[in-house]
Design a protein. Structure first.
Length: 114
């Protein structure tokens, strides 16, 4: 069974940056991995994905040009570099396969103050 562990969240001011990390235990990553987020009172939404083997990426329009998803093939890690953060980026961030097939982890809280 795959366990997903997210880390790297925190409280930052608008315009700041954070780098999120995702580690998986139990097996290697699926063919594509993604980052998702859930803001208070809202549905969980897709943020970014990366094809594990070829590294092609995809982003939701609201984060294009600000967020970068990457992976470390050797360490089996997935990252989300978040720059120029906005208050509307405040959410709990999760990683999972893309599309999601595993149980969700605890997520990591990102709070952006204005």
């Amino acid at each position: 069974q795959v366990q997903l562990v997210e880390s790297g969240g925190g409280l930052v001011q608008a315009g700041g940056s954070l780098r999120l990390s995702c580690a998986a235990s139990g097996r290697t990553f699926s063919s594509a991995m993604g980052w998702f987020r859930q803001a208070p009172g809202k549905e969980r939404e897709f943020v970014a994905s990366i094809a594990w083997n070829i590294g092609s990426t995809n982003y939701v329009d609201s984060v294009k040009g600000r967020f970068t998803i990457s992976r470390d093939y050797v360490k089996d890690m997935v990252y989300l570099e978040m720059n120029s953060l906005k208050p509307e980026d405040t959410a709990v961030y999760y990683c999972n396969s893309h599309p999601p097939r595993h149980s969700w982890g605890q997520g990591t809280q990102v709070t952006v103050s204005s």
